[in-house]
Design a protein around this ligand. Structure first.
Ligand code: NAI
Ligand code: MG
Length: 359
């Protein structure tokens, strides 16, 4: 039976790239013989906010919770609604409400994409950053005292729970165990942060005992960031706390030159709730409405969503189609202006869909 997908285009170029993602999903479903049932929602957008004064309907949780996945575009239109209102009023509600405790992002060198890693070839750099998405350094526990005096003091606590740490580590170890290299790197800073980070290391060591087939190492976050740039080929699966993961999950794709086309997934691995797949980029008001947005970030999200739904071969075919079309370059393929071409969003989406259909 069909997987059910909630489609939420959101704002700006979200409304232009999401249909291309759906086009490619349809091509994959056709080629690999499975069904996807979509339902589109207009909330989590500035239009909805203008109409209703809220970003989401009161019953959003009940409305969305039964779907297998959420295919999300981008939210944000600062001329109409302030960014903290639009993001906190929608995306962050989904992440928390649906306990999406893993944030997953690929770092993958793609053919034909200009990257600071000159001299490396695609295939050499291909790893995942697994970020803890619910606790750690991003607790709101803290405060300010003696405000306005010389003794003004602020503090904010880091919270790590055994359940919270172990569940993200388990996801990362499971992912590493399924990959050919079976390697896991932990981001730490136990030489400077003397309570929480040694605990993190302890839990990594405990989990490693359950995965003898996975090769485990760890780096302090400072040298780890340097190694992302100097030795990106060392990595396979990198697991990190909320703050370190936030930094690494931007740095990795930036090293690979793909931040503009990178996807991201917010995952509830137990599938008690839907996971959410969204490109890293935002609504791009500066180019919205012109049909020139690059749809690859959204289409790469479609590949990740297919993996999550268990359609691994279809997910791999979508990724291969993206690479094949990119490799043809702006002369031979309708690449969008950000990739040096003069193709439109729809032309590039159709080209990738065609490559998937022929897979
Ligand atoms: P942005 O990612 O929307 O745009 C940054 C720059 O990259 C712009 O010059 C834009 O034209 C370009 N760009 C982005 N995506 C592109 C694509 N697919 N093809 C070609 N060029 C692309 O970030 P910005 O301008 O900081 O934010 C705009 C709005 O998006 C804000 O309201 C912000 O809050 C929101 N936003 C939402 C996110 C989300 O929904 N998860 C993530 C980031 C920003
Ligand atoms: Mg970030």
């Amino acid at each position: 039976d069909a997987n059910t997908i909630a489609v939420i285009p959101g704002d700006g170029i979200g409304k232009e790239v999401v249909p291309e993602g759906v086009r490619v999903l349809d091509a994959a479903a056709g080629a690999f013989g499975f069904e996807l049932a979509y339902r589109e929602f207009d909330f989590a957008s500035a239009d909805y906010w203008t109409r209703t004064g809220t970003m989401l309907p009161g019953d959003w949780f009940e409305t969305l919770r039964g779907f297998d996945a959420i295919f999300f575009g981008a939210v944000g239109w600062p001329q109409v609604v302030p960014d903290h209102v639009s993001l906190w009023g929608s995306l962050l509600q989904f992440r928390r409400g649906f306990d999406q405790y893993v944030n997953l992002r690929p770092t993958r060198l793609m053919p034909g994409v200009a990257s600071p890693l000159a001299g490396r070839s695609p295939g050499e750099v291909d790893f995942w950053v697994v970020r803890e998405n619910t606790e750690g350094e991003y607790s709101s526990i803290g405060g300010r005292i003696f405000e306005g005096t010389e003794r003004e003091t602020v503090m904010q606590e880091t919270v790590m729970t055994r359940v919270g740490v172990d569940r993200v580590l388990r996801f990362a170890f499971e992912l590493a165990a399924r990959r050919p290299r079976r390697k896991l790197t932990s981001a730490t800073k136990s030489n400077g942060i003397s309570v929480t980070m040694p605990y993190w290391d302890e839990r990594v060591a405990a989990m490693a005992q359950q995965y003898p087939q996975v090769d485990v190492d760890q780096f302090h976050i400072d040298i780890l960031t340097a190694n992302f740039v100097l030795h990106p080929d060392w990595f396979d699966v990198v697991v990190a706390s909320n703050l370190f993961g936030d930094i690494l999950s931007d740095l990795g794709p930036a090293c690979a030159g793909t931040i503009g086309i990178a996807p991201s997934a917010n995952i509830n691995p137990e599938r008690r709730f839907p996971s959410l797949f969204e490109p890293v980029h935002g609504s791009a008001p500066d180019i919205a409405g012109r049909g020139i947005a690059n749809p690859i970030g959204q289409i790469w999200c479609a590949a990740m969503m297919l993996d999550h739904l268990g359609h691994d071969a279809a997910g791999a075919a979508v990724l291969a189609a993206i690479e094949q079309v990119l490799a043809r370059g702006p002369e031979q393929a309708p690449l969008t202006p950000d990739l040096g071409g003069s193709g439109t969003t729809a032309e590039l989406g159709a080209e990738i869909a065609e490559a998937v259909a022929g897979a």
